[in-house]
Design a protein around this ligand. Sequence first.
Ligand SMILES: Nc1ncnc2c1ncn2[C@@H]1O[C@H](COP(=O)(O)OP(=O)(O)OP(=O)(O)O)[C@@H](O)[C@H]1O
Ligand code: SF4
Ligand SMILES: [Mg+2]
Length: 329
Amino acid sequence: MSDPLLKVENLRVEFQRSDGIVYAVNDVSFSIAPGETVGVVGESGSGKSTALMALLGLLDANGRVTGGHAWFQGADLLKLNRHQLEDIRGRDIGVVFQDPMLGLNPTMRIGDQIMEGMLEHHYASMKQAFQRTLDLLAEVGIPDPPARFRNYPFEFSGGMRQRVMIAMAIACEPQLLIADEPTTALDVTVQMQILALLDKLRRERRMSIIMITHDLGVATNFCDRIIVMYGGKIMETAPLDEFLHNPAHPYTIALFGSMLEPDDSEDWELHPIPGTAEPLLEFPQACPFAPRCSMAQPRCQTEMPQLRLFENEHWIACHRAEEVMSRAG
Ligand SMILES: Nc1ncnc2c1ncn2[C@@H]1O[C@H](COP(=O)(O)OP(=O)(O)OP(=O)(O)O)[C@@H](O)[C@H]1O
Ligand code: SF4
Ligand SMILES: [Mg+2]
């Protein structure tokens, strides 16, 4: 495997709340290779956005990184100042935000917003940036770019705004795209179009993509490797084939179980995992999934399972991983 483009080591993030500290990301390590697509999955609150936004200096004001490193182009992103990070963001690392309205300025024309990033990063002259904006709008599938250039975000549908966000994120040809739920809340047809567009871009530009999604189906259709997060930790990670054939963490298996499948009446039905993912108000010393895990044992309540390496680059953080694997085999 080639040298990683991004290498995150032991990342920790906390949020200060009025009732105490939320331990949102606890010792997360992963890397991504050039041209690779990694899917980060997990239920709401598992720490997906926090882990990635922390790398880019985009945490909410009450959040802070309390440990770790994030190596990118020889620098530790976690040690850079705001100005240095702004330089990298948008130029070397593109971001598609979970909420498209967060990434778009409601009072600025769409075309000007796309041009702005290219001009700020000295990627193109005014004339080149204008032409490239028209090309990008066409590339992300927005009809009649010269007319649409002059529109404001409110004149666009959710799917169109998501496409504009992607156009902005890729305008300076970043090496890495971090896309946070880029297809959530879009109907299935638009979702498929956006995934196809991202797929085309990564093939044509050899761009690496980190796709954050709560949708295991989207991740397994689109990514080369999957990272499953829960309680601010990585529970399981493996290349796609291995992940699909040998899922071996009880949480992953519960996630697969919660995907749509036909019930007796042949209607499609969602089976939620019993219980909810609560914010961690104490530093986790035990398996965070233990309160909801059907396989939990006394040890799981007192001892943190470490990520362990199995065959085929498969990492699992569960005391009972061997049993799960042998049952499946
Ligand atoms: N600004 C904040 N203040 C306090 N707690 C926060 C803040 N932002 C996130 N959290 C908490 O941090 C944890 C991780 O949240 P995060 O948004 O990263 O999850 P996520 O996996 O991206 O979920 P979702 O699928 O809902 O986007 C959760 O417990 C959440 O409640
Ligand atoms: S360590 Fe224990 S509680 Fe956690 S997932 Fe494995 S079996 Fe379940
Ligand atoms: Mg999120």
